[in-house]
Design a protein around this ligand. Structure first.
Ligand code: PMT
Length: 396
């Protein structure tokens, strides 16, 4: 959703200014045309050269640099993000003060603006700052809420800049078209865990990143999203109903519960094909030189859904290490899918745990479309674009 979009980044004077570089880097990586405005205080923390290098454009710093630069920048922006946002910039915009380039651009800007506050906890809690935030929210400004924890000033409390990934996600939400509004998208993500005894389980390397990216992208595009997730370390995406499961059989039960309401299903989860035939009540003792486990087959969730498909669009994933396309075709056929996203997990930047993926899209009509390496966020949007095309295509 960020590719080709125009994003203005305002950087103000906080120790967190260096993290704005990660945000600019992320925007550029996603293909957004990015311009940076820095306040004088921000330049005391980070050089404008850093942002000029990352964005590929000169950094704007002064109001009186020839023409009406503030109007040009305000018109350029399809979205603006102020990262970090100090008490000073929040107070100024809340009260209509325009005494430097950034505050003036923000008053002239009609695009959605995201503030990412970062400051000392006592400052953040101060009634004047809270009043500015309240006023800005009433005016329709957006906020990436700060985290709570140890701050650079040595204090503990609220005021830590939101994570750059969460900020990028939020900017994506501001820019996303609401083309999935009215649809319910059911997504599965992460691994399953199949217990052996009270302390051990069989699982796999799925981090959940791919499925969470699909869930976040669908929510950003206006869908009701139900995410059925195996155990992961990830925060549930904003605006998504998240349901936690552990085993394949639990995943099947929860997916079946939500299936009647779903218009689209995207199954990115890496489901264990087999589970231990019995779960030991006590921890299995270390006795012999070898230990034999008996495994039994788990239900195939997607194949079950495929048998009751109706008018839904079903998208599966296939993680393969060989014969990518033939295996993907077989799975598409056997599970009665509309689209199979096939990843060769041996490729660099593809598959488990990475922020990127390399896939081939395999269609029912035999088409195979290889995609270049891209972020999982960009791939999620690409998959949803395909879902919309498949929904619009005349039925067989
Ligand atoms: O989570 P990440 O770290 O971001 O990694 C992403 C990913 C590699 C897990 C993801 O891109 C991916 O490929 N997911 C599917 C992995 C997989 O289990 O593939 P499979 O070929 O075993 O299964 C094919 C399809 O059937 C999948 O959609 C799977 O969810 C589904 N399935 C499989 C077995 C089973 N018992 N029930 C199922 O529904």
């Amino acid at each position: 959703m960020l590719a080709g979009r125009k994003v203005l980044v305002g950087v103000t004077g906080s120790i967190a200014a260096y993290r704005a570089a990660e945000v600019v880097r992320g925007l550029v990586r996603e293909g957004a045309e990015t311009r940076v405005v820095m306040t004088a205080a921000a330049r005391r923390f980070v050089s404008h050269v850093t942002f000029a290098t990352l964005s590929g454009h000169p950094v704007a710093t002064r109001l009186f640099d020839g023409g009406p630069v503030h109007i040009e920048l305000a018109r350029f922006a399809e979205a603006a993000v102020v990262v970090p946002a100090t008490a000073n910039i929040l107070g100024k915009v809340a009260h209509g003060i325009a005494d430097d380039l950034l505050s003036t651009v923000l008053l002239a800007c009609t695009a959605p603006v995201l503030f990412c506050p970062a400051m000392n906890a006592s400052m953040y809690r101060h009634p004047a700052v809270q009043a500015s935030i309240g006023r800005l929210k009433e005016m329709g400004y957006h906020f990436a809420e700060p985290g709570t924890g140890a701050l650079a000033c040595g204090e503990e409390g609220p005021g830590r800049l939101a994570e750059p990934e969460a900020i990028l996600e939020h900017v994506g939400r501001l820019l996303a078209p609401k083309d999935l509004a009215g649809l319910t998208v059911l997504v599965t993500a992460g691994p399953t865990r199949e217990p052996l005894d009270p302390v051990r389980f069989i699982s796999n390397r799925s981090s959940g990143k791919m499925g969470y990216a699909v869930a976040a992208a669908a929510a950003a595009r206006g869908a009701r999203v139900i995410l059925v997730s195996g155990p992961t370390q990830l925060a549930p995406p904003a605006g998504v109903e998240t349901v936690w499961v552990e085993t394949a059989r639990e995943m099947l039960a929860r997916v079946r519960e939500f299936y009647p309401a779903a218009d689209v299903v995207v199954k990115a989860a890496a489901v264990a094909d087999y589970r231990p035939a019995g779960v030991s009540e006590h921890k299995i003792k270390k006795e012999g030189e070898t230990l034999h486990l008996v495994l039994e087959k788990n239900p195939d969730i997607l194949a079950t859904l495929g048998r009751e498909k109706g008018r839904r669009i079903l998208v599966g994933f296939a993680a393969e290490t060989e014969e990518l396309v033939p295996r993907a075709r077989r799975k598409l056929e056997e599970k009665n899918l509309d689209l199979l996203v096939a990843n060769d997990v041996t490729l660099p930047g593809a598959g488990f745990g990475t922020d990127t993926n390399v896939v081939q899209l395999v269609y029912r009509d035999g088409r195979v479309v290889p995609l270049p390496l891209m972020t999982k966020r960009a791939l999620a949007h690409r998959i949803l674009d395909e879902v919309l095309r498949l929904r619009a295509a005349p039925g067989p």
